[in-house]
Design a protein around this ligand. Structure first.
Ligand code: OAD
Length: 258
C-alpha cells in the first residue's frame, strides 16, 4: 500500500456522520514504533519465546525472576520507543468524532504518549506492576532498564506494605480482563456506529469478540492489517495496509477541510 492510496468512500462518509466510534488496537499498531508483535511470522514474540513459560500465572510462580526480567526487557523496549503516525492519527480522530472510545490490547503507553486519553487497556499495562498478594501498585524506578534482547533473570521487587512479590501489570493467559475496562469496551462496541480494528490478528478472546458485537450492532466495521485475518469477510471493509499509512490517510481524507 502506498501513500497515494485513496480511502474507500464508505469509510469517509460513515466517519463524517458517525456519533460513536470505537477503535480496537493490537500489537500491529505499535509495530512501526519498533515494538514487536506476538504472531508475525519473522518477528513475533511468540515465535521466539514460549508464552507458557512467560505469560501465565503458573510461569510466574515457577520462575519469577525469568518472567520479571522478560517483562522488564519489554518495558525497556517501550520506553525507548516513540508513538508513530498510527497512534497520532487515532488521537486526532477523537478530536473530530463526538464520542470516540479507544480500546487497546497493547500493554505499552504509546497511545497516551500520542495524546489519547481514557484508553481502555484490556490486557493491562507494563508501567503498572502491582503486588501479587495485596494488589497495591508499585512505583517503578526512573530510567530505562539496560537489558539484552529477551531480558535477563531479575528478582522481582517486594511490596513495601506486605513483602510479597511484585508482578508485571499485564493480564496473563488464564486470567480475567480488568472488569471495568472490559464492561466499558463491550458497552462502547454495542452502541457504536463505526468500529475500527487495527493491527490485531483477532485471535485472542474475549478481545476479538468486540468486533462481533460491533457487527451485530450494524456498525460500519473497518479492519486495517497488512495480513489476512478471520474477519476479512465479515467486516464492512478490510484494508490491507500498515496502520501508520492507512490511518493518517483516513483522517486526512475525512476531515481535509477541517
Ligand atoms: P498479534 O501479534 O497476534 O497480531 C498483530 C497483528 O498486527 C497481525 O495480524 C499483523 O498482521 C498486524 N500488523 C503487523 N504490523 C502491522 C502494521 N504496521 N499495521 C497494522 N497491522 C500490523 O497481536 P495482537 O492481536 O495484539 O496478549 O495479540 C493479542 C494478544 O495476544 C496480545 O495482547 C497479547 C498476545 O498474547 C497478552 O499478552 C495477554
Amino acid at each position: 500500500m502506498s501513500g497515494l492510496v485513496t480511502v474507500d468512500a464508505r469509510i469517509v462518509g460513515a466517519l463524517r456522520e458517525a456519533r460513536r466510534v470505537v477503535i480496537l488496537t493490537g500489537a500491529g499498531v505499535s509495530a512501526e514504533s519498533g515494538v514487536p508483535t506476538f504472531r508475525d511470522q519473522q518477528t513475533g514474540l511468540w515465535k521466539t519465546f514460549d508464552a507458557a513459560e512467560l505469560a501465565t500465572p503458573s510461569a510466574f510462580r515457577r520462575d519469577p525472576s525469568l518472567v520479571w526480567g522478560w517483562y522488564e526487557w519489554r518495558r525497556a523496549t517501550v520506553l525507548a520507543a516513540r508513538p508513530n503516525a498510527a497512534h497520532r492519527a487515532i488521537a486526532a480522530m477523537s478530536e473530530f468524532v463526538p464520542h470516540c472510545t479507544l480500546i487497546t490490547q497493547n500493554v505499552d503507553d504509546l497511545h497516551e504518549r500520542a495524546g489519547s486519553v481514557g484508553v481502555l487497556h484490556l490486557h493491562g499495562e507494563l508501567s503498572r506492576p502491582y503486588c501479587e498478594a495485596c494488589r497495591r501498585s508499585y512505583v517503578l524506578p526512573e530510567g530505562i532498564p539496560d537489558l539484552p534482547p529477551g531480558g535477563a533473570r531479575i528478582e522481582p521487587p517486594r511490596c513495601d506494605a506486605c513483602g510479597a512479590m511484585i508482578r508485571p501489570g499485564v493480564v496473563w493467559f488464564g486470567e480475567n480482563l480488568p472488569d471495568v475496562a472490559w464492561r466499558s469496551a463491550c458497552e462502547a462496541a454495542n452502541r457504536c456506529d463505526m468500529f475500527f480494528c487495527c493491527g490485531t490478528s483477532s485471535v485472542v478472546q474475549p478481545a476479538a469478540s468486540l468486533t462481533d458485537l460491533a457487527i451485530a450492532a450494524r456498525a460500519t466495521t473497518v479492519q486495517i492489517n497488512p495480513n489476512a485475518t478471520g474477519y476479512d469477510d465479515s467486516v464492512t471493509v478490510a484494508i490491507q495496509g500498515l496502520a501508520g499509512i492507512v490511518l493518517p490517510r483516513i483522517v486526512a481524507e475525512t476531515w481535509k477541510s477541517a
